[in-house]
Design a binder for this molecule. Structure first.
Ligand SMILES: Nc1nc2c(c(=O)[nH]1)N[C@H]1C(S)=C(S)[C@@H](COP(=O)(O)O)O[C@H]1N2
Ligand SMILES: [Mo]
Length: 371
């Protein structure tokens, strides 16, 4: 009954994408290609680095990258607070700072592996990266402003504007007050020790360790403490696990457990198929989860699983390295990896489909030819 009611309300709601139809069984569309050349993923060989080198971290911008003159830019903090604040970049740089290594992953990572294929940014496996973010703890600024007792959420609005699902909007997302007050949530003006790159949110972005990337609002212009749950497009329509366009669904929040492997050997240019000489090889990769520390990674060789050696992460929400020696014998092989986290969650061997293609953490499978 309640499902039916919310269903008929949703029918009026704007669609996620401008595409009139349902997800596609067909070949990649021109619109997907257009998004894919604007937004890029992290080449899997970059999994070798603890911290993803500049330019290799994945990138996801919904609209245009705004052109911001940092000299005249200010961050406004207002709403249900005792004192509204307006801070220049210079003032923010003088405030107490922290540096946090964080693995960010787009909630749509793996979307294009689903059948039928949800039409949006067509990620394969690699919409992930780990950076060290330096800036002011959000909790510090919120305590300076004084959050009112009836506050429920904090809304973060970026300077980028566009239209999605027919709705004109500035990119905006909220966090529950309890999450916003976590000591590791940072308003970052540096990435990997250098000035925050334009495409990653210059002059200031939010970074929410453990949450899928959509929570980490870039090009921040304002922070507003609110006393009712935020109903913006990116909160209520986008980023939901839903079965179809009419399903209200559930919100996407924490990163699900996942592991990836550096494809061993060398690639064929066009097919990316791997070619490897026979003999010993050290397989390696990374694993992460926002729902609990990674507890184990199993590596599958032709469907036979064995536990990998796991290293400690640099921080609670940074990925950890895993390794597994393998003696490759000539022939065709399939390699895979599968992580388990402290919540008991384990990567699925087959993914359950959802309408927006969110949170696909299916195990990676790599075909290799050993010569
Ligand atoms: N203002 C703004 N913030 C944003 C976005 C955006 O389009 N606009 N994209 C979000 C999404 S969906 C992701 S996955 C991350 C990507 O961060 P990155 O490009 O620094 O990797 O930024 C988030 N913050
Ligand atoms: Mo994303």
């Amino acid at each position: 009954m309640s499902k039916h009611t919310s269903g008929s309300q949703r029918r009026q709601a704007p669609r996620l994408t401008p595409h009139p139809g349902e997800p596609s069984h067909g070949p990649l569309t021109g619109e997907e290609l257009q998004l894919a050349v604007r937004n890029h993923s992290m080449p899997l060989e970059a999994l070798r680095n603890d911290i993803t080198p500049p330019g290799l971290h994945y990138l996801l911008d919904h609209f245009d990258i705004p052109f911001i003159d940092a000299e005249h830019w200010h961050l406004r903090i207002g709403g249900a607070v005792q004192r509204s604040l307006e801070l220049s970049l210079r003032a923010l740089r003088k405030a107490p700072s922290i540096s946090v290594p964080v693995t960010l992953e787009c909630a749509g990572n793996g979307r294009s592996l689903l059948r039928p294929r949800p039409l949006s940014q067509p990620w394969m496996l690699e919409a992930v990266g780990t950076a060290t973010w330096t800036g002011v703890p959000l909790a510090y600024l919120l305590s300076q402003a004084g959050v009112e007792d009836d506050a429920v959420e904090v809304v973060f609005t970026g300077a980028d504007t566009g239209i999605q699902g027919g709705v004109r909007q500035q990119y905006a997302r909220s966090l529950p007050v309890s999450e916003a007050l976590r000591p590791d949530v940072v308003l970052a003006y540096r990435m990997n020790g250098a000035e925050l790159p334009t495409q990653h949110g210059y002059p200031l972005r939010l970074v929410v360790p453990g949450w899928y990337g959509m929570a980490s609002v870039k090009w921040l212009s304002s922070i507003k403490v609110v006393t009712k749950p935020f109903d913006g497009f990116q909160q209520q329509i986008a980023y939901r696990y839903q079965q179809d366009a009419e399903d209200a669904g559930t919100p996407v929040t924490w990163i699900k457990v996942r592991s990836l492997m550096v494809p061993p050997g060398i690639p064929d240019f066009f097919t990316r198929r791997r070619i490897l000489p026979a003999g010993p090889v050290m397989l390696m990769g990374r694993a992460w989860s926002g729902e609990g520390a990674v507890q184990r990674v199993d590596v599958g060789i032709d469907g036979k699983w064995a536990p990998a050696h796991l290293e400690h992460p640099a921080a609670p929400f940074a990925w950890c390295a895993w390794t597994m020696p393998w003696v490759a014998d000539p022939g065709e092989h399939e390699l895979s990896c599968r992580a388990t986290d402290a919540s008991g969650a384990v990567q699925p061997l087959e993914q359950v489909w959802n309408y927006q293609g969110m949170g696909n953490n299916v195990v990676q499978r790599i075909k290799v030819t050993v010569e």
